[in-house]
Design a protein around this ligand. Structure first.
Ligand code: BES
Ligand code: ZN
Length: 639
């Protein structure tokens, strides 16, 4: 190489280096106190005793750190942790006591733990315990489990709850490998989002995660669990009384993994297992690597709600492999995943099913768009000063998925599939910002075909509220038929039992119920038999009863259908469903269901009173994350 070429080469190298450093710094995470640009945690060795009687984890965390700015202290995120002592080491053999300061606690962020570091120190050992009210843990009494005999505890780290059970750099920009040693009562089993190195059920368990993961993906569950194999690398954990039902319901899991691999490349995490939790789990699912956490409310008996598995599995690519750098980039996790989820459903269950799910998704999105203020309709949402759990609306999920669908339809499926697959490979095990995504998209898709690119308003999709005028509009022919039947019933041209529902899927039922309610809410034009129905018309008790008698909706064992029916029952004051409503709210803690039900109840004085009466009993059984949401809905505590 001549001198000029060499100069140019090293110059471009410096530019690349500087720009990648700038990238790392420009992704400022407003939801962490950590300073990973100065000191970066690379590995964790965790050791806990699980103390059910005190509702605490007690033990140590050893952090292996990389010193970048050598004089800077280590700053960790914590929330409600009791820090006993801190030590540092230069060789991992001898540890010396260290000073530390725990800053004031912020309601959303918790408290920074600052540890000054001696020269050359590369390990920090923290002796600590959690608080019984830790936001990332739920301690269940035996009565809250299916078996009613043993207690249960599980974690939920996303978005920023890992800091309530581990002192760490709680930002998705920092990835760590880890080991964990967990001691539990002898009869219980511990599972983690990691390789399970344990043999016997003896209360002493070891785990190892060799792939670097962001903190929000570290997870632990302890309870009376059984395991059932589903496929060569797939399986399910559940309480003994649930394991058969769970294994039957989730028996397509291996097929789903294979379908996703065909689309987006190899599954890179070894095993894919699912942990079915007790019903207080506040989410539908959580994509903890190697071990998805799932609500038992997806066990409908007919596999009709397994789109949740497709979703959490898809995160093994979008989210766990390529991770949002900050919570304002959350749509990169959830939007891409929701798009993948639909592709998996189509591959495994066919096009009609995909169309139905996409159409239900679009309807939810439109409702959310009607309700949210403009700034919250932006994919690249500003969450500074807010709880990142507030960013969890339909916008990142459904608007994000629709954006990808627009790209797919514009550039063609083959080309877009190749693009996505290369994207996952390119950014594997990295955390990226929206800007990095856009730059990659431009370079590898848009700029290759400017004529097609001109049809997709990328900046509008990502940085503007609402939807672009030419956004895709998924439709479902099956739903069109359901709507015809619903209108016939609403116009009293057919009685409920005359509606040909025999072959309806859960999705068609959900669409029927929601469609009927929406018609009443917004009003519709009548015909010879029915005068026009003005907006906000209630369905009289007799007509609710007609539906209930024909379809046994109050008794539905399908949680999604029951939820939709209970919403309708509140709106139309259908009292025969109230005992079921109460039972539902007292036994299920999934936020997606209970929050809208409490919100709907709170709209009338009698409803509010009913809600308060139920919540007083239910509140101690809900997860801290659900409690935060419902307290807000009901303005708890009462004055
Ligand atoms: N990662 C989310 C759950 C989550 C998001 C937890 C934000 C905490 C903060 C998970 O993948 C998810 O989206 N779950 C959905 C189900 C899915 C099928 C849409 C849920 O729980 O409702
Ligand atoms: Zn998700």
């Amino acid at each position: 190489m001549n001198l000029i070429a060499r100069l140019l080469f090293s110059f471009s190298f410096v530019i690349t280096l500087v720009s990648s450093m700038a990238n790392a710094q420009s992704a400022q995470d407003f939801h962490s106190y950590a300073n990973p640009a100065a000191v970066r945690v690379r590995h964790l060795d965790l050791d806990w005793e699980v103390l059910f009687d005190q509702k605490i984890l007690k033990g140590t965390a050893v952090l292996t750190i990389e010193r970048i700015a050598t004089t800077k202290p280590l700053i960790l995120d914590t929330r409600d942790l009791n820090i006993e002592k801190v030590e540092t080491s230069t060789d991992d053999i001898s540890y010396t006591p260290a000073t530390f300061t725990l800053g004031p606690s912020d309601k959303i962020l918790g408290a920074p733990l600052t540890i000054p570091l001696p020269a050359k120190a590369n390990r920090v050992r923290i002796y600590y315990s959690t608080s019984p009210g830790a936001s990332g843990l739920q301690w269940l009494a035996p009565a809250q489990t299916a078996g009613k005999k043993e207690p249960f505890v599980f974690t939920q780290s996303q978005a920023i709850h890992a800091r309530s059970w581990i002192p760490l750099q709680d930002t998705p920009q920092v990835r760590v490998t880890y080991t964990a040693h967990v001691r539990t009562p002898r009869q219980l089993i511990a599972v983690m989002s990691a390789e399970n190195l344990s043999g016997a059920r003896d209360g002493d368990y070891n785990f190892r995660m060799r792939q670097p993961v962001p903190s929000y993906l570290i997870a632990l569950g302890v309870g009376d669990l059984r395991f059932r194999k589903l496929g060569p690398r797939t399986g399910v954990y559940a309480e003994p009384s649930m394991i058969d039902l769970a294994a039957r319901e989730l028996s397509d899991t291996e097929k789903m993994v294979m379908a996703t691999e065909r689309l987006y490349g190899p599954y890179r995490w070894g095993r894919y297992d699912i942990l079915v939790l007790p019903p207080s789990f506040p989410y539908g699912g959580m994509e903890n690597p190697r071990l998805t956490f799932a609500t038992p409310t997806i066990l409908a008996g007919d596999k009709s709600l397994v789109s949740l598995v497709a979703h959490e599995l898809a995160h093994s690519w979008s989210g766990n492999l390529v991770t949002n750098a900050t919570w304002r980039d959350f749509w990169l996790n959830e939007g891409v995943t929701t798009y993948l989820e639909r592709r998996i459903l189509e591959a495994v269950y066919g096009h009609a099913r995909e169309e139905m799910e996409a159409t239900l998704g679009l309807r939810d999105l439109n409702e959310e768009l009607a309700a949210l203020p403009d700034p919250d309709e932006i994919l690249h949402v500003d969450l500074k000063g807010r709880d990142p759990d507030d960013g969890s609306t339909d916008i990142p999920y459904e608007k994000g998925a629709l954006f990808l669908r627009h790209l797919e339809q514009t550039f063609g499926r083959a080309r877009f599939d190749r693009f996505l697959r290369a994207y996952f490979d390119h950014f594997a095990f990295q955390s990226i910002t929206t800007e990095q995504f856009v730059a990659y998209l431009k370079q590898n898709l848009l700029d290759k075909d400017p004529a097609l690119a001109a049809r997709v308003p990328v900046d509008e999709w990502i940085y503007k509220p609402g939807l672009p005028a030419n956004a895709p509009k998924p439709t479902s022919p099956a739903f069109a038929l359901v709507e015809e039947q619903a209108m016939r019933w609403l116009r009293r041209e057919a009685n409920a039992e005359k509606i040909p529902t025999a072959n309806w899927t859960t999705q068609e039922w959900l669409h029927f119920l929601k469609f009927v309610q929406d018609q009443l809410t917004k009003g519709f034009a009548g015909d010879r038999i029915v005068l026009s129905v003005p907006p906000g018309t209630a369905l009289p008790g007799a007509r609710m009863e007609e539906l209930d008698k024909a379809f046994h909706l109050t008794r539905s064992g399908n949680s999604e259908i029951a939820f939709q029916w209970l919403m309708m029952s509140i709106i139309n004051r259908y009292e025969p469903a109230y005992p079921r409503l109460e039972e539902f709210l007292l036994s299920i803690g999934r936020r997606k269901f209970i929050k809208p039900l409490y919100e709907e109840l709170a709209k009338t004085p009698e409803g509010k009173e009913r809600a308060m009466r139920i919540y007083r009993v239910a509140r101690p059984t809900y997860h801290p994350i659900a409690v935060t949401s419902i307290d807000d809905v009901l303005k708890w505590p009462e004055r």
